[in-house]
Design a protein around this ligand. Structure first.
Ligand code: TYD
Ligand code: MG
Length: 460
């Protein structure tokens, strides 16, 4: 006998199911995330399949060597977006773009669809969040209202699929956002895990058969994950995050998963009054206001993906009135700062006791590279001693717990970028091939952090 429709409780954070309500999800330990949903729809598509399920058919198995050619990509017309996706969008692929509200996802996608439409591609933009009038107003403001983008404001999955099936397949389908979609077959509110999963699955299936690229917008929760469904991150081919500090105009597009390319490239944009402007030379942007020669500012020659980026790291060491001095970091890792302070104290004989320490990466960028250690250390030493670092000096090198400064990858490109931007000297690790042939930059090679504390501030 078929089981009657049962209710289950689904965690909106991790997607785990439970037969009864609980305050805390037993799987991911989040509180208050379980909501009641009907089991009819069940996990991945089972509800739709159960009804018509019959005997299976024999599938022809194939070898790895086939006649499939490398998927042709099409350029998006936005060089920064092409860079992040690994050279353009692959037809039939599904992309998910996440980001906080107001960061500029809708703006980016409108610019993308308009750019493609102007280049003769068929693009359809489904907006579930804004009314047509709002999207049109934005298009007018961005000067894109003449682009032949097909626009619809719709949240019903069935209507969207029917519309897509009725016409010739578009080259790009944008759905803004997946959380607003609503699949009738599923008895849960829009935005819940089962709704999002079912909608994403149906759209991806359509896109793959029709050969259209699909771009889904996903909201992020307060801790920065794409809301609820980690599950959709598994379903799509590419996951991009659009991030940035709302106080700054800079926006960074980062790939965290890409089946068709590398995930270490970033795209840099600036939010201007006429939309997002591509920044092809981000170094100029992250160097901060370099006019004042106050202590505590060191330039880090970093690399994001294959592209060198120069960033200013600022430190402030100030007497503390607190029993436990404050250590605060923006754009870097707190644990890394604690480690660096401990190494400076233990290996270079500096004392930060009774001092508040603040570290900031200019421009709202987040640095993950260990190579930033030396620049951060130089900024800390400079702020502590009150001696400014020469304005035309860059730094890179990883600091180990022993205080040794280790070689970092891509030293040549870092130096070349620094020279291109007018820097004249560089503090670099003593180890490793610099690959600096033909560079006029003066390099000072350090093997231990002690040398930085001893001579760096006074050398010129
Ligand atoms: P939006 O694309 O709506 O963000 P999201 O879809 O990620 O929620 O962009 C929102 C912000 O961007 C909004 O607060 C205003 C700002 N903005 C500009 O500064 N300039 C512009 O040209 C546009 C269109 C938006
Ligand atoms: Mg939006």
């Amino acid at each position: 006998m078929a089981k009657a429709n049962k209710t289950i409780f689904v965690c909106q954070s991790c997607g785990a199911t439970s037969p009864r309500w609980q305050g805390k999800c037993p799987s991911c330990s989040e509180w208050n995330t379980l909501t009641e949903e009907s089991d009819a729809a069940g996990p991945p598509g089972t509800g739709l399949m159960r009804r018509g399920a019959s005997s299976g058919r024999v599938i022809t198995l194939e070898g790895l060597r086939g006649s499939t050619q490398e998927a042709p990509r099409f350029s998006t017309g936005l060089a920064e977006l092409d860079r992040v996706t690994g050279g353009g969008i692959v037809p039939g692929s599904a992309l998910l773009i996440g980001g906080e509200p107001g960061i500029g996802k809708s703006t980016l996608l409108l610019q993308l669809t308009a750019s493609l439409a102007r280049a003769g591609k068929r693009t359809v933009y489904f907006s579930g969040e804004e009314a047509a009038a709002q999207v049109r107003l934005r298009a007018v403001r961005l000067g894109l209202d003449d682009a032949p983008v097909a626009l619809a404001c719709e949240t019903s999955l069935a209507h969207i699929l029917a519309t897509l099936e009725a016409g010739p397949p578009p080259d790009l389908i944008v759905v803004d956002s997946i959380q607003t979609l609503w699949a009738e077959a599923i008895e849960a509110a829009p935005g819940t895990v089962s709704q999002v999963r079912a909608s994403a699955q149906a759209l991806i299936r359509h896109a793959k058969t029709a050969g259209s690229a699909l771009l889904l917008v996903g909201h992020v929760t307060k801790d920065g994950q794409i809301a609820g469904p980690k599950v959709i991150e598994h379903m799509v081919d590419t996951v991009l995050y659009f991030e940035g500090d709302r106080g700054h105009a800079y926006r960074i597009l980062r790939a965290v998963k890409n089946r068709f390319g590398a995930t270490d490239e970033i795209g840099v944009f600036e939010m201007a009054s006429y939309g997002l402007r591509e920044i092809s030379n981000p170094s100029e942007l992250f160097l901060g206001d370099r006019d004042a020669s106050s202590p505590g500012a060191a330039v880090f020659a970093g690399v994001e993906g294959t592209r060198p980026i120069l960033v200013e790291i600022q430190a402030l060491v100030a007497p503390s009135s607190l029993g436990t001095p404050r250590r605060a970091v923006v754009g870097w890792d707190t644990a890394r700062l604690s480690m660096l302070l401990a190494v400076l104290e233990a290996r270079a004989g500096l004392s930060f006791a009774g001092k508040d320490v603040y570290l900031n990466v200019a421009g709202g960028l987040r640095i993950n590279e260990p190579a930033a250690d030396l620049a951060a250390a130089a900024a800390l030493v400079s702020s502590l001693s009150g001696v400014p670092i020469p304005r035309d000096r860059v730094h890179f090198g990883e600091v180990s717990l022993s205080g040794a400064i280790n070689a970092t990858p891509l030293m040549g490109p870092r130096l070349k970028e620094a020279q291109k931007l007018g820097f004249r000297e560089a503090l670099v690790p003593a180890q490793g091939e610099l690959d600096a042939a033909g560079l006029k930059l003066r390099t000072m090679r350090l093997s231990h952090l002690r040398e930085l504390a001893d001579e760096a501030p006074s050398c010129d």
